[in-house]
Design a protein around this ligand. Structure first.
Ligand code: GRG
Length: 307
């Protein structure tokens, strides 16, 4: 097993994150600019949510995986922007009145509260389709070989599909009405709704770097474990933070009837499961030695985060 204390002392995650977040923010800002009066409204709505200051975990993981496998930040950045566009689309749609009906996200009014439900739906749709266009155009400008770009776009498409975000969300809606949701159903939901996008972020970074199928698959296993640990950490935070705090800062779901890992496993059981998944995730990265330090530190940040 990788020594967690050694990871803490040797890698400065705050410095790494600071540098990478700044690069991602610059790339996100440059990715969407209105050039005509006709597009001003929708671009404003897209930028409102895209530039609303999320943690940027997915794009940073994409860049980190690409660099771990010998690629560069320049090669990975268009895909890093694309995964954040997809993530933003999913948050806009998740907050809609017909879904979670949330008024606040990251402490700001949600997209539909500011622009109306009609424009919010379209801003989400436009972010989704622009993500593919941006990935294809930017990666080819960065001289990534075409077959790697096609593979990344295939993976992005699948991650949003019925075996990705959309499927996970529908299963979640179906289970909302039930009181007897099994652990395996809850895990299916979160493997698809939450873990898939983290999985594709890391795997795409590896593909862009020209990694072998075996190394891509190790990256996927790491991200899947961390994706589930991320959701368990979320469930733990829901019960350890006050309801008032949650509403203001994270817009998290505080529905007491919802099935969560804490409900099915207890608080200690959920903490143990998150730690088990974290250790599994680290073992997938062992073959990469020191080059995996950023992804190891990000995994630790996800499991131990407080918001
Ligand atoms: C429209 C095709 C289509 C798909 C969307 C709405 C939907 C289907 C899926 C919901 C996906 C969703 C909202 C999953 C939750 C993911 C999650 C854990 C979000 C919080 O991520 P953080 O903590 O957020 O990274 P920040 O704010 O830091 O970006």
């Amino acid at each position: 097993k990788v020594d967690r204390l050694a990871v803490e002392s040797e890698f400065d995650l705050a410095a790494y994150f600071g540098k990478k977040v700044a690069a991602v923010e610059r790339a996100l800002d440059a990715s969407l600019k209105s050039s005509t009066p006709e597009t001003a409204k929708i671009i404003e709505a897209m930028r409102y949510s895209l530039l609303a200051g999320g943690k940027r975990v997915r794009p940073i993981m994409c860049v980190a995986a690409c660099e771990m496998l010998g690629g560069t930040e320049t090669m990975a950045m268009p895909t890093a922007v694309a995964v954040e566009m997809i993530h933003t689309m999913s948050l806009i749609h998740d907050d809609l009145p017909s879904m979670d009906d949330d008024d606040l996200r990251r402490g700001k009014p949600t997209n539909h509260v500011v622009y109306g439900e009609d424009v919010a739906i379209l801003a989400g749709d436009a972010l989704l389709s622009t993500s593919f266009a941006h990935c294809a155009k930017g990666s080819s400008e960065a001289r990534v070989p075409a077959e790697r770009i096609v593979e990344v776009i295939r993976r992005l498409g699948e991650a949003v599909s019925e075996v990705g975000l959309a499927g996970g969300q529908v299963m979640d809606l179906e289970c909302e009405a039930k009181t007897d949701v099994a652990l395996e159903d809850l895990t299916w939901i979160h493997t698809h709704k939450t873990a898939k996008l983290l999985e594709v972020s890391v795997a795409a970074g590896a593909v862009l770097a020209g990694a072998s199928p075996h190394d891509v698959s190790l990256c996927e296993t790491y991200a899947k474990d961390i994706g589930l640990a991320f959701q368990i950490a979320d469930d733990i935070l829901d019960v350890t933070k006050s309801t008032e705090d949650l509403g203001k800062t994270a817009g998290k779901d505080v529905d007491a009837d919802k099935t969560t890992y804490v409900k099915l496993m207890g608080l200690d059981g959920a903490r143990e499961e998150a730690d088990r998944l974290y250790q599994e995730a680290l073992s997938s990265l062992e073959p990469f030695g020191d080059r995996a330090d950023p992804l190891i530190a990000i995994a630790k940040f996800i499991v131990e985060r407080e918001s």
